[in-house]
Structure formats: structure tokens, C-alpha cells
Design a protein around this ligand. Structure first.
Ligand SMILES: [Zn+2]
Length: 87
């Protein structure tokens, strides 16, 4: 059985997007990963098994509310990593 946190995909996508738009943010892999892990640790995970069907979870994941929540957390993470870079 396969269990997956579907939030990972959306966090990685939005984080890379926001990092690319931020001219002051370091573009190294370590800083990118720090933003992603910081955000994932603070967001409620959305686990689903392959048996419950990806479709339903995917709709939920793409909702405006989830995207807004994720974006706020990622912006916070970017500020944190900027102040305390770990590379
Ligand atoms: Zn860096």
C-alpha cells in the first residue's frame, strides 16, 4: 500500500515559484529545501493512500483556501531562511 502526503507536491511547486520571483533570496538547493521542509513541518499534512483515489484529494489540494494557507506559510519560511541561512 502506498501512502503519500499530497501537500508535498503543492508546497514544492509554490515554493519554487515564490523563490524564483524573490530577487534577494539565495537560489541554492539548501535554501530551497529549507523553505520546503520548514513549510511542510508547519502545515497540516494531507495524506492519502493510492486506494482512496487521487482525484478527490487533488481537488481539495488545489482549492483556493489550501493554496492561500500554503502561500502564507512559504512566505514566512522564506523570511526565516533569509534571516538565518543554513548554507
Ligand atoms: Zn543558499
Amino acid at each position: 500500500m502506498e501512502i503519500k502526503n499530497y501537500l508535498e507536491e503543492i508546497v514544492i511547486r509554490i515554493a519554487n515559484d515564490l523563490i524564483d520571483k524573490d530577487k534577494d533570496f539565495c537560489k541554492c538547493n539548501k535554501c530551497r529545501l529549507d523553505v520546503i521542509t520548514y513549510s511542510l513541518n508547519r502545515l497540516r499534512p494531507k495524506y492519502a493512500s493510492s486506494l482512496t483515489g487521487h482525484a478527490l484529494t487533488a481537488v481539495d489540494i488545489e482549492s483556493d483556501q489550501v493554496q492561500a494557507e500554503v502561500t502564507v506559510q512559504i512566505l514566512r519560511a522564506i523570511e526565516q531562511v533569509k534571516e538565518h541561512p543554513n548554507h
